[in-house]
Design a binder for this molecule. Structure first.
Ligand code: XLS
Ligand code: NI
Ligand code: NI
Length: 447
């Protein structure tokens, strides 16, 4: 990656390139565990982890919440004379941040990059103008676009949904936005394109035709896919599941729900899952459960790396800090074959009262270190082979004899039932969960 780019102005003065200093360092602006070029298994850490920065949280969100005004200073908008100039300054600040941190990828919504105009045509013009500038910065720095997306949830026109809106005109407006977002994603060499359906759900069944809305969603996604493929898009389409918030119930509830939807509508060839830790928690699942489920269906794609607050029922989007969670996540990801087009996108925000410029760096450094540790633990688990060996042995009765016949579909149900009486209580064995948990704790300690 080229040295950090500084536009007309440096937005994070006093902070240089973040380097690896090792676990003994107490420099808050250095990596303790993430050592980009260190080999873990067959790949370098950076190629396993493929870190991406979420443009919206880091450069757009201002610390405001339903109870209070913005708290984050955002120096890149202070001296701007127009929203377009502010967007340009923000872009410079973002690339300064990416390159100082050493993150190779970023992700954006159309409206993060450029302000909405008075008409769809003006919005498109704004977006294309900013994308042209982003393209230059990508070229100058080597930073790449992991995925693009369209914000189909903030504008009041989407209060009843975007692709699932009961009004056809709004569905068409959503298409105008997605088309432009796809165009810039393709132009910027985006490796993926994400659909997160924040408003694709309902608040009340009393005013909703659920079947129609789901059909409209599928139609919309198929049309968008066909358009992008025709434009030469070779990347991966992602659906990002989330069970609720902002709607009471979102159609893309969790991985299983989305997998069923994709298969029912024949979208499973082009679409993969973008799995967010906090959304898994909201759906009542472990993060690793969602990853494992997607992998088991051949639909694993990418990750929105963050964490929730277990005692809150909403999407707090905090930076990951738990080795336990990242180890189990990386264990699932490595066994799924690792990332190809996907990566770890920090869909996470610093807290409202984290108001120093360094806080944004420290948050990402912590997240990257936490995933680097998780990766090393996961590789240790794989190399040692105790856990996978146990699992393999646990299912060994299906490797030969009647068990193998069962798997191959060579037994009728009544024969299976007869075998039941033949075997009696043989094979009723311990799951050894506690022993395995103790082994996992050893790996966590690096032993
Ligand atoms: C919100 C989602 C959103 C998507 C992109 O909860 O996580 O940020 O990642 O639209
Ligand atoms: Ni997300
Ligand atoms: Ni989220």
């Amino acid at each position: 990656m080229a040295d950090y780019y500084v536009g007309n102005k440096e937005y994070f003065p006093g902070i240089g390139k973040i380097t690896y200093e090792g676990p003994k360092s107490d420099n808050p602006l250095a990596f303790k565990y993430y050592d980009a070029d260190k080999k873990v298994g067959k790949k370098k850490m950076k190629d396993h982890l493929r870190f991406a920065i979420a443009y919206w949280h880091s450069f757009c969100a201002d610390g405001s919440d339903p109870f209070g005004a913005p708290t984050h200073p955002h120096p890149w908008i202070v001296d701007a004379k127009s929203p377009m100039e502010a967007a340009e300054h923000k872009l410079n600040a973002a690339f300064e941040f990416f390159t100082k941190l050493g993150a190779e990828f970023y992700c954006f919504h159309d409206r993060d990059l450029a302000p909405e105009g008075e008409s769809p045509a003006e919005s498109e013009k704004n977006l294309f103008a900013l994308a042209a500038k982003a393209k230059k910065l990508q070229k100058a720095t080597g930073v790449k676009l992991l995925w693009g997306t369209a914000n189909l949830f903030s504008h009041p026109r989407f209060m009843n949904g975007a692709a699932t809106n009961p009004e056809f005109s709004v569905v068409a407006l959503a298409a105008a936005q997605v088309k432009a977002a796809l165009d810039v994603t393709i132009d910027l060499g985006g490796q993926g394109y994400t659909f997160w359906g924040g408003r694709e759900g309902y608040m009340s069944l009393l005013n909703t035709d659920l079947k129609k809305e789901k059909e409209h969603l599928a139609k919309f996604l198929s049309m968008a896919r066909d358009y992008a493929r025709k434009q030469g898009f070779k990347g991966v389409f992602y659906i990002e599941p989330k069970p609720m918030e902002p709607t009471k119930h979102q159609y893309d509830y969790d991985v299983e729900t989305v997998a069923g939807f994709l298969r029912y509508y024949g979208l499973d060839k082009d679409f993969r899952l973008n799995i967010e830790a906090n959304h898994a928690e909201l759906a009542g699942h472990d993060f690793a459960h969602e990853l494992e489920t997607a992998a088991s269906l051949g639909l694993f794609g990418s990750v929105d790396a963050n964490r929730g607050e277990p005692r809150n029922g909403w999407d707090t989007d905090q930076f990951p800090t738990s080795y336990y969670e990242t180890a189990l996540a990386m264990y699932a990801i490595l066994r799924a074959g690792g990332f190809t087009a996907g990566g770890l996108n920090f869909d996470a925000k610093i807290r409202r009262n984290s108001i120093e410029p360094a806080d944004l760096f420290e948050a990402h450094i912590g997240g990257m270190d936490t995933f680097a540790v998780g990766l090393e633990i996961a590789q240790r688990i794989i190399d040692d082979g105790k856990l996978s060996g146990f699992v393999k042995k646990r299912y060994a009765s299906f490797n030969s004899g009647d068990g193998a016949k069962f798997e191959k579909g060579e037994l009728s149900f009544d024969v299976l039932a007869k075998l039941g009486s033949k075997y009696g209580t043989a094979g009723i064995t311990s799951g050894k969960q506690e022993q395995l948990e103790n082994i996992l704790n050893k790996y966590l300690l690096g032993l």
